[in-house]
Design a protein around this ligand. Structure first.
Ligand SMILES: *Cc1c(COP(=O)(O)O)cnc(C)c1O
Length: 391
């Protein structure tokens, strides 16, 4: 039978056809009025997509480039910082801040869980220059409570800058960037904005700009002040990923189109879409007898499924690929073999969820020999969907 390749990975995610056409047509030079018009349009759209009055900058790099930019632009060697980590991406913050000479205090939560706010409160020190955290820890599919962390910093009168890796949080979580006081919020192109890898974007608060006046870490390609100066003229400092920027513009138009052209409402609809699909997926998988890896604070970006004792998640990932050309993500690092992950962020719809659960029923019944009936997972998901769309 025909099998269509379908990405269910939490980055890269499925591509929006309109964005693919825009990318294919983008043969323009970056020092032209045509590009400047496109760049200014996309930067303005990104501000609405992130939901902030702060500057939003675009970088031609994967998401980690913007994480590195946050560290190098805001810190100096010897700075004390606080890193909150609950998985592979939290560990990336620790590695990054150490690489640039910062001295991190680390609050960690076990894989599959989020932080205890009291533990963060106890670890926070007046000398911390910045706090680094994920909005969603994609390696475990856990959502962290950024609002509570931001409130804690305010209540403690902390001077620390709040730097949030929202690479899978943006488009799957509601943020009040300015109200909560998020100083830097980072996104990546291959996640909720439906285009290929290669762009990162980040919002930068006035407090963060002020910190850059005295921060001493070296930076060159990712010099945010230089990037801001160029952006004000509709240009990037270096040759940008022109085609991706054209694709991003088309994707943000599509997201606005979900709410009659209102991008702010479209963003809210996109977040709600991810949340409903995630809830339906969780219900379906639980109905099949699978255990969720992150039951207490599940992300809407992705769902992590713990495989039954004695099983290897690599076999599940392989079975989904060989039988249905469905690409799921294995666990990362120590979690490889123990869990697999499926995404809901970006260009996923309800029927993608139904397809995934239908495939999972075949795997559970035919491949694993579990005592389940066809329709069991799909029905549980349909109930969640029906409840969610009821007016
Ligand atoms: C995908 C992702 C990143 C970025 O990784 P890159 O490979 O550099 O794009 C960072 N943080 C989280 C939480 C992610 O999901």
């Amino acid at each position: 039978m025909i099998r269509k390749t379908r990405l269910y990975t939490p980055g890269p995610t499925p591509l929006l056809p309109a964005a693919q056409f825009a990318m294919a047509a983008a043969d323009m030079h970056h020092r032209t009025p045509e590009f400047r018009a496109l760049y200014q349009k996309v930067l303005a759209q990104l501000k609405i997509f992130v939901g902030t009055k702060n500057d939003v900058l675009l970088l031609s790099s994967s998401g980690t480039g913007a994480m590195e930019a946050a560290v190098t632009n805001l810190t100096s060697p010897g700075d004390k910082v606080l890193v909150l980590t609950a998985g592979k991406f939290g560990e990336r913050w620790t590695g990054l801040v150490k690489a640039f000479g910062c001295e991190p205090d680390v609050v960690s939560a076990p894989y599959g869980q989020t932080f205890d706010i009291a533990q963060i409160r106890a670890a926070l020190k007046p000398e911390h220059k910045a706090v680094f955290v994920q909005a969603t820890e994609t390696s475990t599919a856990v959502r962290h409570d950024i609002e509570a962390i931001a409130r804690l910093l305010k209540d403690a009168c902390s001077q620390a800058l709040l730097v949030v890796d929202g690479i899978t949080g943006l488009g799957t979580t509601h943020f009040d960037v300015d109200g909560w006081g998020i100083d830097v919020l980072i996104g990546g192109s291959q996640k909720a904005v439906m285009i290929p890898p290669g762009l990162a974007y980040l919002s930068v608060s006035d407090r963060a700009w002020a910190a850059m006046e005295t921060s001493k870490n070296p930076r060159y390609y990712f010099d945010l002040r230089k990037e801001r100066k160029n952006a004000s003229k509709g240009e990037s400092a270096y040759t940008p990923a022109v085609a991706l920027i054209a694709g991003l513009g088309a994707a943000l138009d599509y997201i606005a189109g979900q709410a009659g052209g209102d991008l702010e409402k479209g963003r809210i609809a996109l977040v709600n879409n991810a949340q409903v699909n995630a809830a339906a997926t969780r219900a379906g998988l639980v109905a099949l007898g699978f255990r969720l890896f992150a039951p207490t604070a599940p992300a809407a970006a992705a769902t992590a499924v713990a495989v039954p004792e004695g099983m290897d998640s690599s076999d599940m990932v392989k079975a989904l690929k060989t039988r249905f050309a469905l690409v799921a993500a294995n666990g990362q690092g120590e979690m490889k073999g123990k869990l697999f992950r499926v995404a809901h962020l970006g260009f996923f719809d309800y029927l993608d969820t139904i397809a995934l659960l239908g495939a999972m029923e075949h795997i559970a019944k035919d491949t694993l020999g579990l005592p389940v009936a066809y329709g069991q997972a799909v029905e549980a998901a349909q109930r969640v969907y029906a409840e969610a769309v009821k007016q």
